[in-house]
Structures are given as C-alpha cells and as structure tokens.
Design a binder for this molecule. Structure first.
Ligand SMILES: NC(=O)CC[C@H](N)C(=O)O
Length: 318
C-alpha cells in the first residue's frame, strides 16, 4: 500500500511531482459545473484546484489553490456521525439510520417510502444526515451546533473554524427538498424534535468553513483510528472511526462510490462545494478542493487527481 517505505521519502518525491499532476487534473474543471442550488455556492471559482497532504509527524505537501476557503457541506456528515455515535452509542444511532448504500443521488427520498422500515439507508445521504443532526446532544439548536463546531475544531487543530453565515442562510432559504424530507421523517416517527431546529443544526454544520489543510488534519485523525498522531490525543473511539471509514468507502462519494473504490480505493467523502476529504490509513490525511462538479456531484478535477495519486503511488487498499 504505497511504493515508498516511509512517508517522508514519499512526500519529498510528491513535492516535485504533485504540481504537474495537479495542472493536468485542473484542465478538466471546464467540463464540470459549480453547484448553484444553494445560490451562495455558485460564487466559487470554477477553475480552482488545491490539495494538502499531511503525515503523522506534521510534514505536509500542498499544491494549487490551497488558500481557498469553502464550506464542508456533506463532508461534515462523517464527523456529525462520529459525534452522534459518541453521544448515543451504536444501537441508538442504527435504530434510526441504516448501513447500506442507496445507489441514488444524495438528496433522493425515493427509498424512504419504497423500503420498510422507512429509515434512511445510511448517515451520509441527506435524509440520514438530518436524522443524525437530531441525535447530537445539546439543549437546543445553538448548543448542538456549537458542540459540533467545537468537535470539528478539535479534530482539525484549528480553533478558528467558523460557520459561513452567508452559505448557511442561502441554504436555509432554499432547502425545500431537505425540509420536505425532514417532515416526512418526522411523520414516520424516525426524526424526533422540532423539524426547524433539527434542520438549523444540519445547515450550520454543512456551512462550516475550512481550507484543504483543515480537512487533511481531520482526515489524519481518521487515518490513525481516532488519535491525532501530532498531539497524541485520542479524540474518537477506534470502533466509531472504523464505522465512519466503512461508510466512506461504501457511500462517501454518493452513487459513484463503487467507481471511486475501484479507481482510487481509499475511504473518502465529498461535498457539493467541491471539497473531498480522504486518507491513506496509517500514512496520510488529505484535503482537496475543486468546485467544478461532475454529474454525480463530485469534484471533477479532484477525483481525477486522486486517481492519479492512487495509481502512481499504489495507494489503493484493495
Ligand atoms: N452533497 C452535499 O454536499 C449536500 C449538502 C448540502 N448542505 C445539502 O443538504 O444539500
């Protein structure tokens, strides 16, 4: 699982090779589309592509537009799942969300009515992530959102992480599909609590603003089974990280997860802002941004760059 015995040599060689791989992938962004169903997201630069790769000693290599800030969107779902597991335990969480990929798009509610019991298929589709938001502990939406932000800060080692209020507001004003899903889940007895409050927590965690280096550091914690190898602090029980990484392999790239597993072979999670968080277990955390999306909603240039990296360096787990 890598052509190099140690990450230091590999990172050294990447310093030379990564920029040209990035340029080749970047040219694909003209063939993609920046998400616009959340109007504020449409302001992102279509051509941008940036990547940051960090190892356990804190050595890193980055290339491209790493200074770009973007919202985590669906990438946040991996970490709200972890928080909900830590707050409630496995049984309570999986009474309300399933463990299977859907093969449908991330915002589909088709199977909620078709398949009984009507619980969302998994925690990484919108329906599942909204139920997960309802399970985060806290006295109200403010406390739940604040606890989530604090958790993201501790994982990223970045106390300055914040909500992007413009994106939050833009999503909250236009989220009729997510809203209808949440009411449907409430009527089915799957979602408990006030629908407005639950969605408020969901929109807020999707709007956490980050850069590639933040995603890379969060991914590094997953790559080291829940312990930040840089500080030595255990942040998440190993079992929950194992669950999250498995979902990333089976559902993390929406209904392109099978193809991604074949072409890249790493646990990953994408978001509609064009971010991708991925990791090489025991080696690296990786954060990437490329706002132009392919038809399945994943960064078109980002997926290409990860395919190149995985193939050139033999990173696939399989
Ligand atoms: N795929 C995504 O990144 C979707 C997240 C977005 N906040 C939504 O609910 O539509």
């Amino acid at each position: 699982m890598s052509n190099y015995a140690n990450t230091k040599d590999e990172l050294d060689s990447l310093k030379e090779r990564l920029p040209k791989w990035l340029e080749a992938s970047k040219s694909l962004s003209t063939g993609g589309k920046v998400a616009s169903y959340i109007p504020e997201l449409s302001k992102a630069p279509q051509q941008a592509l940036g990547i940051h790769i960090i190892d356990a000693s804190g050595d890193s290599v980055s290339a491209g537009d790493c200074g770009l800030s973007f919202t985590m969107q669906s990438i946040s779902k991996v970490f709200t799942l972890l928080l909900a597991l830590m707050d409630n335990g496995e049984k309570a969480v999986f009474d309300k969300v399933g463990m299977e990929p859907t093969g449908d798009s991330f915002n589909s509610m088709l199977k909620l009515e078709l398949v009984q019991p009507g619980i969302p298929f998994n925690p990484l589709i919108n329906a599942g992530a909204i139920v997960i938001s309802s399970l985060i502990a806290g006295s109200g939406p403010d406390e739940k959102a604040e606890r989530t932000l604090q958790f993201f800060r501790s994982l990223s080692g970045n106390e300055r992480l914040q909500f992007d209020l413009a994106v939050y507001q833009s999503e909250s004003e236009t989220a009729d599909l997510n809203r209808s899903m949440a009411y449907f889940l409430k009527d089915n007895g799957v979602l408990e609590g006030n629908v407005h409050d639950v969605l408020d927590v969901y929109f807020r965690h999707c709007s956490v603003q980050a850069q590639c280096a933040d995603l890379a550091r969060m991914a590094l914690v997953l790559a080291y089974d829940g312990t930040d190898p840089i500080t030595g602090v255990n942040l998440v029980p190993r079992r929950y990280v194992q669950i999250a990484k498995t979902f990333m392999v089976t559902c993390g790239m929406y209904n392109a997860s099978g193809e991604f597993a074949i072409e890249v072979g790493l646990p990953a999670k994408s978001g509609v802002s064009g971010g991708i968080l991925t990791l090489v277990p025991g080696r690296y955390g990786i954060g990437l941004i490329g706002p132009a999306l392919n038809p399945k909603g994943n960064s078109i240039s980002g997926v290409h760059l990860l395919e190149t990296l995985s193939k050139e360096l033999d990173w696939s787990l399989f």
